[in-house]
Design a protein around this ligand. Structure first.
Ligand SMILES: Cc1ncc(C[n+]2csc(CCOP(=O)(O)OP(=O)(O)O)c2C)c(N)n1
Ligand SMILES: [Mg+2]
Length: 381
């Protein structure tokens, strides 16, 4: 690690669970080492830290913008959920793997150094071991590297802020990025965000497991757990604001815990990104089967949830939870204030935010299968 040209630290959920994010940051700082995270449930590292280079966007480290060629990769507590044939840590760099979950170590990726440890204790040991090797020359090298990493992280921060320059920023229905931006501005400094809005980019929150905003995501693409998770999180952490972000498709897989929120007075704010669509599956069909009949005809059978539109605020009312439909950015701000008032009062609240569908191949009024059983039945029953 001390001799590496460009070491890279991957953090994972064992850090959150062991409350060890501070220790991971200390190790990164000792080496001037960039830090990333591959898909996990929690945010395991302060996102405002200058050594944070962002989440790994796709399935392996090659998808990182920076660093491009790490020569040593160290994992602390990441479970590495592979969902493709390519190993997350590609062949090439030396790989050091520390986790308590030993059963899945060394059986997918070539592992130079397996370290089985509780990551909080393991980080203490590792820090002590590395520190005693740090000569002034190595310290200077680490400091130089830290400057390089910081240059990247600052530039990335500047570029991310450009999200607000989108020409559709003030549009109604809202673009998803605007919704996220407004919620991030609104959320408490120690809010917990339960995120089941899978195809929505989680920008602007600046998650920080060391006393800042926390994230609860989900692993297996098993939609329907978001609202229930938010109810459970509020039960466990009554003194932190809990905001559930959920797509309309995901929401209708599992709105039931709204009832628990009403019954147990769980003051959770639920925000539905309602684009009246399975937008992710739509885009995946276009990407994966571009010559298919659905793309050729523009008749997508699986992705439009409108006609009739579902009113999520009405659905919430049926479970005993107040809420409203939100049409514009200005209304969103007012609605969030009403949501806060409800939660201060001990009540949950739901916002059904009308969000624009994005991606190619969407018609203004999407096609729906022309099945009308009433007209073809033989008996008017
Ligand atoms: C239980 C379950 N059924 C089906 C799927 C397949 N699936 C993946 S994304 C998705 C659509 C989600 O729609 P929405 O929450 O509205 O998000 P959007 O794609 O519109 O942003 C579906 C049905 C799944 N992941 N889980
Ligand atoms: Mg949707």
């Amino acid at each position: 690690m001390v001799e590496a040209r460009m070491p890279l630290l991957i953090v994972g959920d064992e850090i959150y669970k062991a409350n060890a994010a501070g220790k991971a940051a200390r190790l990164a700082e000792l080496l001037g080492m960039p830090v990333t995270q591959v898909r996990q449930l929690y945010a395991n590292f302060p996102e405002t830290h200058p050594l944070w280079v962002g989440n790994t966007p796709a399935v392996n480290l090659n998808s990182l913008t920076f660093p491009k060629n790490p020569d040593v990769v160290i994992n602390i507590g990441n479970k590495f959920q592979h969902n493709g044939a390519a190993p997350i840590v590609p062949r090439g760099p030396k790989f050091i793997d520390m986790r308590i979950d030993f059963a899945s170590m060394g059986n997918v990726m070539l592992t130079e150094v397996p370290l089985v440890a509780d990551v909080a204790l393991g980080l203490d040991d590792l820090y002590a071991a590395v520190e005693q090797l740090m000569t002034p020359a190595l310290q200077a090298k680490a400091a130089e590297r830290a400057v390089e990493v910081k240059k990247f992280s600052q530039q990335a921060r500047t570029l991310r802020a450009l999200v607000a320059n989108n020409p559709e920023w003030d549009h109604s229905p809202l673009i998803a990025d605007r919704v996220t931006y407004e919620i991030a501005k609104f959320a408490d400094p120690d809010a917990i965000i339960v995120n089941e809005a899978g195809s929505v980019a989680m920008h602007s929150f600046d998650f920080n497991p060391i006393g800042g905003r926390e994230l609860f995501y989900y692993y297996g693409s098993h939609l329907g757990s978001g609202v229930g998770t938010a109810a459970g999180v509020k039960l466990a952490r009554p003194n932190q604001q809990v905001i559930c972000l959920v797509g309309d498709g995901s929401f209708i897989f599992g709105p039931t815990a709204l009832w628990n929120m009403a019954r147990l007075e769980l003051p959770v704010i639920v925000v539905v990104y309602n684009n009246h669509a399975y937008s992710g599956p739509h885009s995946r069909v276009v990407a994966n089967v571009p010559s298919g009949r659905m793309v050729q005809t523009g008749q997508f059978v699986h992705d439009y949830l409108g006609n009739p539109d579902m009113n999520m605020a009405d659905i919430a009312r049926g479970f005993g939870v107040a809420g409203e439909v939100v049409e514009s950015p200005a209304q969103l701000r007012e609605a969030l204030a009403r949501a806060r008032a409800h939660t201060v009062d001990g009540k949950p609240y739901l916002l059904d935010v009308q969000v624009a569908r994005r991606g190619v191949g969407w018609a203004e009024k999407p096609w729906v299968p022309p099945i009308r059983i009433a007209g073809i039945r033989q008996k008017r029953v």
